[in-house]
Ligand binder design. Sequence first.
Ligand code: AGP
Length: 602
Amino acid sequence: MCGIVGVLGDHEVAPILVEALKRLEYRGYDSAGIATVQDGRLDRRRAVGKLANLSDVLVHDPLAGKSGIGHTRWATHGGPTVTNAHPHQAGRVAVVHNGIIENYRDLRARLSHRTFVTETDTETVAQLCEDFLDQGLGRREAATETLKHLDGAYALAFLFQGEADLIVAARKGSPLAIGHGEGEMFVGSDAIALSPMTNLITYLDEGDYAFVTRDGAQIFDAHGRLANRDARTIPAQAAQLDKGGHKHFMAKEIFEQPVVLSDCLNDYIVGDTVTFPDDVDFTDTDRMILVACGTAHYACVVAKYWFEQLAGLPCDVDIASEFRYREPPVSDRATALFVSQSGETADTLAALRHVQEKAARVVSVVNVPESSIARESDVALPIHAGVEVGVASTKAFMNQLGVLATLAILAARQRGRIDAAREAALISELRSLPGLINQALALEDKIASHTAELSEAHSVLFLGRGPMFPMALEGALKLKEISYIHAEGYASGELKHGPIALIDKSVPVIVMAPKDALFDKTVSNMQEVMARDGRVWLITDADGAAQAGDGTWATLTMPRVDPILAPLLYAVPAQLIAYHTALHKGTDVDQPRNLAKSVTVE
Ligand code: AGP
């Protein structure tokens, strides 16, 4: 989960590299650094912590040169220190790397005659390349020979002393793009990083490497054969990288949800029917396999209720990092669905590759249409959430649910489980959601008023039943990842089977429960909590509040919604509870500690 960038420019590159790294900082932000070649000399500047620290270093100790590489780090091997910060240099070569070199220990043993100065796996790449230069290989050959010895995942960029017109780029398991300029060339982890310089992008395929000069890029496939990879114009997304008047990107993205959900639904609904590419057909599907990580996984757990209740389709839902190791039987009539905001999550991509040859169809639901997961699917369904900068996923989660809900309606119609009237009714409910979300957002002050007290808790429980159970899981994850308060989500009925031992007046219990067929059972669970001095914050609608809103620590009355679609609406209080609690904690809401937006290592 690091960000890499390279520039062969016609201006001083240090500020260009730093600007590109700002657009990659969401991928990891433990430390950052750049290297340039100036008058043949290869030199570096690095700093621990946020990118602003590197900018400070460059103010006091500038780095000249029109060719350079840069890196923002999410530490995998070795702590976040200046020494471990990229670029790593060994003599005449500097390297930036995203991924994990799994055989780095063997390589260090092979290079025992060399002096290592860091704890990182990446330094072995630079040392090995320098060793090949010592053996008399040319720069290109030394780099490609190095690649042959690497196991694991990498996106790499090599820069060489004495050569101001060459970057060697390579991709295996971690994304890497080449940007085409006018007499300039660029390399970056994604199109967002390169968007200030160019939107003409070539994505390297798995196993590709490239010799990049100002005249262009020579791309070779994994077998060393010249490869022709298309250059595509990627829509400029520069405008989306500002906070729009909000204090944080996360707040902006929470409040964008009515609009982006509308955009999403408009792409998949025409009139009173849902519409998808013709090859999305569930008629013969005998089983759904839904695979994702984190918040995207919770979207899949919600979708399980929809596919099973609406379409009568059995659903397996798996955490991607567990999926392939349980050796799941995959029928040749199964549809495998992979949900990923970034489209680059290594665990999810590996799971997709595991079923590619087995399932009847591989469908992905992504926010980046040109991402690896999208490109390796039979069908990629964009969620149209726009760039999501906040590491804690909000609008992307909302739109994942939007696409999954319309997909379940399609499956229900294709399998004859709903008629046109029911489809129209469900669509009408979906179309009402952006307005209802606006109403929920208007409850922000009510929500915020309880978060000071919540921020003092050492542990918080979220409860939900049915499709609100995964919303309890998501609410707990949101709170954990941005406020650093321990939180757990449970099925309401599960509390009495152990977790109720946690309950006392110090443990707030947030119950997410619209007035539905399961509400009375949830009320019983609430009473079990309150009988033990537990503080219940009930999030429900007017009917639910009338029935069970008394005696609680707090009750939030939400707009009414069809219970089957309640997860989309109840995402809003879950997000705002986490956000305002984190404000009280003073944590870094947009870039929480230890996290990264795109987890491209397994
Ligand atoms: C979401 O708030 C988290 N940051 C994280 O769990 C995320 O959902 C997960 O890493 C999956 O990312 P993806 O959607 O890009 O695959």
